[in-house]
Ligand binder design. Structure first.
Ligand code: ATP
Length: 458
């Protein structure tokens, strides 16, 4: 049974912000048997601004599962949100964590953290990697496996309809739904030196120690910074996704051969389509009145070309299927040794919604290029789609989950489906600064809608 928890995290006021004053806030819990949850109330300091009465104060429903206060470090957030589900991941389950908040509210601080040396300040994914690496070390010591368990790391950013691979030079990958209705994230088709074709998926880095995860994440963060400056962007205008899966090198090898077989299929499939179109064009002629009729001069034995190309394509499709079956067999045989294989943690640092804007941001929004405006609309679409997916999943009577509403929810679909019997969470990060009141209220409202749907079951 899915549970989805909603948390709020207040970041500390920075010294440069203290002259602006602080948002007045309280949290009230109701833990009776009928209701379980925390409601958050906020009120604006009206010192610097004229606000309408509707804007001056706001109170959520009993939507929150917990509040992390400004003086509480990342280790408190980890112990409350992630530590309780590590045992699920070690049983092969999938758990998802989302961070939502406006720029500078503490999403990256919470998810990844900026202090890679002090364990108390490791972000959620780093602290989880530390715990997982220790647990996997123990499992590797206990059982004899041909290849050891490790962490398969993927780090990418979603912008518009593409994913940018932060472990591979921000390589652009496209989100497509295949004929099998599975979503694939793949780069451009590359022609290799030997003439072979490769369609590269998002990179998975195998990490056999916590230090390796730390190093790879650092590298990925550097790429994020570069992307931010070069495309005149803010990291809060992209969704960053960090996936950590329990793998072995045997499993990764089996997956690589699926990609290789799929790459081999690409030119063969294209050739079959080209031949079919060529022959179709020869097989008909256009009459004077513009109609297409069968070409009487067409040599029907030419259809053998189409047949041969289709046969070859079917052969290559079978090879893909065999590679996929082999991957499933490898997975099943490892799972017999230990159920942790495939256990997965997904951390999503969401872009802030465009309406989350104080006066300064509003001014900068007026200066946005058409491309940036389109990007802003896409972010809002993604965030709305995500909210609707989470709400629909909590409504047991709703059978259709709108995963296809946005590229973000399409990409997250299989993580959501895999997490059906475990617990996931959203943490909204908020600033207590009075100037950020509107942004803070909008962030809390987003979480409130999710939390209320969870409490009511839809
Ligand atoms: N809970 C916290 N405790 C201490 N410092 C924090 C906390 N939250 C945020 N900060 C600090 O505030 C600054 C902004 O935080 P961060 O970069 O995480 O924001 P963000 O929401 O990820 O912003 P953006 O979306 O623009 O990337 C950082 O210097 C960070 O260390």
């Amino acid at each position: 049974m899915t549970t989805f928890k909603v948390w709020a995290r207040w970041r500390p006021l920075k010294s440069a912000e203290s002259h602006n004053g602080e948002i007045t806030r309280t949290s009230d819990g109701d833990h009776t048997l009928q209701r379980h949850g925390i409601s958050i109330s906020i009120a604006a300091s009206t010192r610097n601004k004229v606000l309408s009465s509707r804007e001056r104060s706001w109170k959520s429903g009993l939507s929150f599962d917990g509040v992390i206060e400004p003086d509480e470090k990342n280790n408190v957030a980890y112990n409350r949100l992630v530590a309780p589900i590590i045992s699920d991941v070690l049983q092969g389950k999938c758990c998802n964590f989302f961070a939502y908040g406006h720029s500078g509210s503490g999403k990256t601080h919470t998810m990844i953290g900026y202090d890679f040396e002090n364990g108390d300040e490791f972000g959620l994914c780093l602290a989880a990697a530390n715990r997982l690496a220790t647990a996997l070390g123990e499992i590797n010591g206990e059982i004899t496996v041909a290849s050891k368990f490790g962490i398969g790391l993927q780090v990418y950013e979603m912008r518009n309809n593409s994913a940018f691979d932060l472990l591979n030079n921000q390589n652009e990958c496209f989100v497509r739904e295949g004929a099998d209705r599975r979503v694939h994230i793949r780069g451009e088709t590359e022609i290799l030196e030997d003439g072979k074709v490769r369609v590269r998926p998002i990179t998975t880095r195998a990490c056999w120690s916590f230090e390796e995860v730390q190093r790879q994440l650092r590298e990925a963060l550097k790429q994020r910074e570069t992307a931010t400056s070069t495309i005149h962007d803010q990291s809060s205008r992209t969704h960053a996704i960090i996936e950590m899966e329990i793998i072995t090198s045997d499993l990764l090898r089996a997956r690589d051969s699926v990609v290789e077989r799929q790459s081999e299929l690409v030119p063969v499939g294209k050739y079959a389509t080209d031949v079919y179109i060529e022959e179709q064009l020869l097989a008909v002629v256009q009459t004077e009145d513009g109609k297409y009729v069968p070409n009487p001069d067409y040599d029907v034995t030419r259809q053998q070309r189409v047949h041969d190309a289709e046969t070859k394509k079917a052969e290559f499709e079978t090879r893909v299927k065999e590679a996929e079956e082999y991957e499933s067999e490898v997975f099943a045989s490892i799972a017999q040794l230990h159920q942790c294989i495939g256990g997965r943690l997904v951390f999503v640092d969401l872009a802030g919604a465009e309406f989350l804007s104080g006066p300064a941001t509003s001014r900068s929004m007026l200066k946005q290029t058409p491309q940036e405006k389109q990007q802003g609309r896409q972010i809002n679409t993604d965030l709305l789609a995500l909210k609707e997916v989470i709400r629909a999943r909590s409504n047991t009577s709703q059978s259709r989950i709108p995963y296809r509403s946005s590229p973000l929810t399409m990409v997250l679909r299989h993580h959501f489906e895999a997490s059906a019997d475990s617990q996931s969470s959203i943490i909204v990060t908020v600033s207590p600064e009075a100037d950020q009141y509107a942004a803070t209220m909008n962030t809390l409202k987003y979480a409130d809608l999710i939390g209320l749907a969870n409490n009511r079951g839809g």
